[in-house]
Design a protein around this ligand. Structure first.
Ligand code: HEM
Length: 520
């Protein structure tokens, strides 16, 4: 046979050898970062239960500050040190500025018609500009006023529960829901809030639900019908809810144009701001790069409102609850903040916005809380192009998880990293969270960093300041500080696993008799 001809055999073996050498070179060139060995096809999917901020921090102690996992068809790299974070968020940030989205997220954001899940590019840039200028800026007084109003209401509620156990966690979660709801839809539509909260909860569950189609698309038929029906229902519910609010706003706008009288003439909410960009719904969601002014459809408005609700609710509530828990756990720190408040504000009124700039220790407490308990512990990015970091290959479409929680506790960057020690920020050289100190990135850094930082900080500082200034707090049932549970739970955010309950007593001199509200 021709095959057995010695010359042919020689060439066959030679080409095989060359091919193997080529593959080995290619493999060496395309070396993924180190990581645990996976199984064929499913890769490291059996390790799914370890993919929390704590689990990934443990894996980083074995595989290093940059490691690789494969989850079915997905490549995933995990970043756990400040230096690596700088590489991804600053040195090569354009390559890593996309956002990953699973099947549920794509569907529920109207095919990424929002800002938080839009990929980096002209559409995202325009959306971000609108959000920063129109929704979150300091000039948009209504968003900030809603913080003040709701914090006043919080103080009033607690004043009615003196010497009774108060579920601080529940209270601050409804505080931040009220703030964002009011800022988004205006005070007049407060009644529909319970219904909207249910829609949000279902969205949140669906965002995080395990769906095999995300990892092994050819097995997507498993549970597909049931899952897709749930997705469709959730989006329908949101459509009905926000469409009716948009219609109300359109009606109000028409009346104003005709010179008719409308309620809340002066108030503008986020829907009002976004409606200035609304075009006829029959136009598609597609973004035309040449557009100089962004035109929004109803779907864009719905998706953006959901960004605000998700971005601004759990994050802020989680920081307030953790700050209060750390202060209860560390009474000497609580004492220091209260002394500062007494000195600056006095004991005859509650804390005003203008006081905040004179309350450095309060700000250190919020910073230290953000370091130990960043509400978004994992920053989720995606690679836009094939990239190389520290000589390792990271293919297009890889999930990049930046462990802000682990980085905030990095032993090489922080002294006594597990201790709640706000005084560490007293030093002028201490890191700041504005995005250029990569050991402290609770708001992210670079292009995809948080656009709501100022508003979020303001809400955290106002709430914590007023809670500790207007009241003294004790743990319930004789519980000691050492017994207070400090475990967190894991999802897109990392709130306390067990809600904080504490007993308030009045701290200020003269509460108003009829309402119990602190005197102004
Ligand atoms: C203490 C409060 C807050 C913290 C710690 C926080 C943290 C973060 C983080 C870590 C990111 C992702 C950064 C990245 O991927 O690199 C983010 C993004 C975002 N945040 Fe916040 N956030 C807070 C408050 C808010 C508020 C109040 C709003 C809105 C009202 C908001 C809206 C958003 C949006 C829309 C994004 C997506 C930005 C984009 O993808 O371009 N956040 N935030």
């Amino acid at each position: 046979m021709e095959f057995l001809n010695p010359l042919s055999l020689f060439f066959f073996v030679l080409s095989l050898l060359l091919f193997v050498l080529f593959l080995r070179r290619l493999h060496r060139k395309l070396r993924y970062p180190p990581g645990p060995t996976g199984l064929p096809i499913i890769g490291n999917m059996l390790m799914m239960d370890q993919l929390t901020h704590r689990g990934l921090a443990r894996l980083a102690t074995i595989y290093g500050g940059l490691f690789h996992l494969r989850l079915g068809v997905l490549h995933m790299v995990v970043v756990s040190t400040p230096d690596m974070a700088r590489e991804f968020l600053q040195v090569q940030d354009v390559a890593f500025a996309n956002r990953p989205a699973n099947v549920a997220i794509s569907y529920l954001t109207y095919d990424r018609a929002d800002m938080a899940f839009a990929n980096y590019g002209p559409f995202w840039r325009q959306m971000r500009k609108i959000c920063v200028i129109k929704l979150f800026s300091r000039r948009r007084a209504e968003s900030w006023a809603s913080v003040r109003d709701e914090v006043d209401t919080l103080v009033e509620i607690v004043s009615r529960k003196i010497q009774q156990p108060v579920n601080i966690g529940d209270l601050v979660f409804s505080l931040t829901r009220n703030i964002t709801y009011k800022a988004a839809f205006g005070s007049s539509s407060h009644e529909g809030q319970d219904e909207f909260v249910k829609i949000l909860q279902e969205f949140s569950k669906l965002f995080g639900a395990f769906n095999i189609a995300d990892f092994l698309p050819w097995l997507g038929w498993i549970h597909a019908r049931e899952f897709n029906e749930r997705l469709a229902k959730a989006r329908r519910d949101l459509d009905v809810f926000i469409d009716s609010i948009i219609d109300e706003h359109l009606e109000k706008k028409m009346k104003k144009l005709k010179g008719e009288k409308v309620d809340d003439e002066e108030d503008t909410d986020m829907v009002d701001e976004l409606m200035a960009f609304l075009v006829d719904d029959s136009s598609s969601n597609e973004f035309d790069d040449s557009q100089s002014v962004l035109k929004l459809t109803r779907d864009h408005i719905k998706a953006l409102i959901m960004d605000v609700m998700f971005g601004g609710t759990e994050t802020v509530a989680s920081v307030i609850e953790w700050a209060m828990a750390e202060l209860m756990k560390n009474p000497e720190e609580l004492n220091k903040v209260q002394q500062e408040l007494t000195l600056v504000v006095g004991l005859d009124r509650n804390v005003h916005e203008s006081d905040l700039e004179n309350l450095p220790y309060l700000k250190f407490v919020v910073k230290e809380t953000l370091r130990l308990h960043p509400p978004i512990p994992l920053l989720l990015h995606e690679t836009a192009v094939d990239s190389s970091v520290s000589g390792y290959f990271i293919p297009t479409g890889s999930r990049v998880w930046i462990n802000a929680w682990a980085i905030g506790r990095d032993r090489t960057a922080w002294k006594e990293p597990d201790r709640f020690w706000p005084g560490r920020f007293q030093n002028d050289a201490a890191p700041d969270f504005k995005g250029s100190d990569f050991e402290f990135i609770p708001f992210g850094s670079g292009r995809r960093s948080c656009p709501g930082m100022q508003l979020g900080l303001y809400a955290c500082e106002m709430a914590v300041a007023n809670l500790v200034h207007c009241f003294s707090w004790e743990l319930p049932g004789g519980m000691t500080a050492d017994e207070l549970d400090m475990n967190d739970s894991f999802g897109l955010t990392a709130p306390r696993a067990i809600r904080l309950v504490a007993v308030p007593s009045l701290r200020l001199n003269s509460p108003k008799e009829e309402t119990g509200k602190c005197i102004e």
